[in-house]
Design a protein around this ligand. Structure first.
Ligand SMILES: *Cc1c(COP(=O)(O)O)cnc(C)c1O
Length: 218
């Protein structure tokens, strides 16, 4: 018998509940539903799953407009392209991948015109990996300067994707140090299927998990 995504989801929830108790803090699970069907999203939403993450704007648009429900909070976790910011602002409640001031200002401007406030996380390129987006850790302070003047974005936290190697523990730990330094932040978005336990051990309170639930993406 093969295990279904429903079973894996339920098992994962149990495990996260356990880790919440052990660590005495709430941990939000974002289900990463890129390349997954609307049917699967609905099935998990029916089980009480609220937060879903998508990477590709056009694919997300189809699902989000197709579902047209206020029972889901949509998180954008893909690379931001300037020409897609308007769509991102209209479709999503959160953007986790802010790493350019130009984009940040544009998100604020567009959200202002839409009369909404966008929850944002700043993406940190914690390992200074050329293949990954995000700002350098050292530039964080400078990056968030004047962010409070932007009334239509709400800075919630920081996000990262560490390199997939043995030092990710250290990368998570440096993210946690930054997170704890700024009281105004409430979200530490890190931990994917491969490394979420280590992320939780290092303070993560928002996990982004896809394959660990749906199986390997093709
Ligand atoms: C795809 C993706 C995830 C989920 O990765 P899995 O290996 O499917 O758990 C998490 N975060 C980001 C930014 C992603 O692009």
């Amino acid at each position: 018998m093969t295990t279904s995504y429903i079973d894996r989801y339920k098992d994962l929830k149990i495990k996260i509940n356990e880790l919440e108790r052990m660590n005495n803090r709430e941990i939000c699970l974002m289900v990463v539903s890129k390349r997954q069907s609307i049917e699967k999203i609905v099935a998990l939403n029916d089980l009480g799953q609220i937060d879903f993450g998508e990477n590709y704007v056009d694919e997300a648009e189809e699902k989000i407009n197709g579902l047209n429900t206020d029972k889901i909070t949509w998180h954008f976790i893909g690379r931001i392209q300037s020409n897609k910011i308007k769509k991102i602002c209209s479709l999503f409640g959160w953007v986790h991948t802010i790493s350019s001031k130009k984009h940040l200002i544009k998100v604020n401007e567009i959200c202002k015109s839409m009369n909404k406030i966008m929850n944002i996380c700043i993406q940190i390129n914690i390992d200074n990996d050329d293949n990954k987006a995000g700002i350098a850790l050292e530039n964080y302070e400078n990056f968030i300067m004047n962010i409070h003047d932007l009334r239509h974005v709400r800075l919630r936290g920081i996000m990262t994707i560490p390199q997939n190697n043995s030092s990710s523990q250290n990368s998570f730990s440096r993210m946690n140090d930054l997170f704890k330094k700024y009281n105004e932040l409430d979200t530490l978005s890190m931990g994917m299927s491969r490394d979420y336990i280590s992320a939780i051990e290092n303070g993560a309170n928002m996990l982004r998990i896809g394959q660990g639930i749906f199986g390997k993406r093709i």
